[in-house]
Design a binder for this molecule. Sequence first.
Ligand SMILES: [Zn+2]
Length: 94
Amino acid sequence: MTQEERLFISAEDILELEFRCSNAGCGLRLTFQIDKSMPPPMGCPACNAGWFVPHKDDERKTTLYAFIDSVRKLREMKSLPFTLRLRVSSREGA
Ligand SMILES: [Zn+2]
């Protein structure tokens, strides 16, 4: 018999995002609370590496902002005729 663990989360379960600087020799981990109405960090506060191009056409920044905004909106939707959960990997370190 094979047992498979399936792990689901809802938007309410997403409390923080973790940014990790990929600049060589830095690796700073920075947590961002999803329920605060603050914009995500634009760069690393430790090594000052810029994480986005400083203009609004940076698609990576636009995508990240849209993701955060969507999670915030999903958390505020209380009267949906369905529940929505995301399946995440349950493997250690994945
Ligand atoms: Zn850094």
